[in-house]
Ligand binder design. Structure first.
Ligand SMILES: Nc1ncnc2c1ncn2[C@@H]1O[C@H](COP(=O)(O)OP(=O)(O)OP(=O)(O)O)[C@@H](O)[C@H]1O
Ligand SMILES: [Mg+2]
Length: 330
């Protein structure tokens, strides 16, 4: 911009000396200045075009990389066989893990945990302790470096991925709704869901009230180009999605950002309903969730350092007590 401005000043200055010596007419100088502005503007714009081309090349490279990925073996799943139905028991057995990209750094260290069917487990610990990693291993997004994970006593390696994932749902920390209708966002992964089923799920998630207020109801477009939903509303859509899926194992990465108290109450209430009758594993930040947990796992530097209920751990005077004084908000 500065260069362009400088060039223009130079052109006008040179032009006016030419004008003074009578070599060009005023009109000519005027058109010349206009052209300079046009051409300068276009050249300035070229930088932007160039940046876009580079972005495009980068994105294409990423896409090609994705195309080259070997797909995970997930077969079409219509109905689960009786022996494939999970009961919600989970066991981490002497599990250690490092990310393939950082094999020298052990993220999880000899994790030994037993989770009972239908229990509520709260995973707590400082940032970077390995909580999300534990959940990723549960979903089999990665394979353990050592040890194993068992579901109802069965090694997860012998359970087909589709069988496993069809019975698990995750409500993530940052909820991303894709561009589409509310219906599509709730029925995601369950395209055969009827209107009544979707409405039921939305009601259980305390989402029906705000959905039904939209003139277009379930057909309301959301996402980048659609109606912007509040954080609490998005969370309730994600909860409705999980309700509809009716998983045996529910994973919840609690949001750290707090909602206003009314929204918070609606989300909390919907979550409590959702957690009933299934195994729930919550990466917890709210004291209210942690208090209810049947089992709290305190993770620090990839190790389970404490394990027990809220009351038990408070007595221990360890990391949990410290964390609960510092971190967990009402
Ligand atoms: N994809 C990855 N590749 C390599 N290292 C990773 C990857 N994801 C996480 N890590 C590392 O693993 C460790 C545990 O990370 P993790 O995300 O499990 O922590 P966390 O307990 O969930 O933390 P937070 O509370 O901040 O979410 C960290 O040291 C992190 O830097
Ligand atoms: Mg995390």
């Amino acid at each position: 911009i500065l260069g362009l401005f400088g060039a223009m000043v130079a052109v006008i200055w040179k032009g006016s000396t030419l004008l003074a010596t009578g070599e060009i007419a005023t009109g000519e100088l005027f058109s010349f200045v206009i052209y300079t502005v046009f051409i300068g503007g276009t050249i300035g714009g070229m930088a932007d075009v160039f940046a876009r081309v580079q972005k495009f090349i980068g994105a294409t490279e990423d896409l090609l990389e994705i195309f080259n990925e070997v797909p995970e073996p997930v077969e079409e799943l219509k109905n689960l066989l009786p022996e494939q139905i999970l009961h919600g028991g989970i066991r981490f057995e002497q599990l250690s893990f490092s990310y393939p990209t950082r094999s020298d750094f052990q993220v999880l260290n000899n994790i030994e945990v037993e989770i009972k069917p239908d229990s509520l487990v709260a995973l707590v610990g400082p940032s970077g302790a390995g909580k999300s990693t534990m959940v990723a291993l549960l979903l089999r997004l990665y394979e353990p470096t050592m040890g194993r994970i068992l579901f109802d006593g069965t090694d997860n390696q012998v359970i087909p991925l589709s069988v496993l994932r069809s019975q698990m749902a995750i409500v993530p920390q940052d909820i991303f709704l894709f561009g589409g209708t509310i219906r599509e966002n709730i029925a995601y992964g369950k395209t055969d869901a009827s209107d009544t089923m979707i409405e039921e799920a939305a009601k259980k998630a305390n989402a029906w009230e705000f959905i039904s207020k939209f003139p277009e109801g379930l057909e309301t477009l959301v996402g980048e180009r659609g109606t912007q939903l509040s954080g609490g509303q998005r969370q309730r859509i994600a909860i409705a999605r999980a309700v509809l899926k009716n998983p045996k194992i529910l994973i919840l990465d609690e949001a750290t950002s707090s909602l206003d108290s009314e929204s918070e109450r609606l989300v909390q209430d919907a979550l409590e309903k959702l957690m009933k009758g299934r195994t729930s594993i919550v990466i917890a930040h709210r004291l209210s969730t942690i208090r209810q947990a049947d089992q709290i796992l305190v993770l620090d530097h990839g190790r389970i350092v404490e394990q027990g209920t809220h009351e038990e751990l408070l007595k221990d005077n360890g990391l949990y007590r410290n964390l609960s004084e510092l971190q967990f908000a009402g």
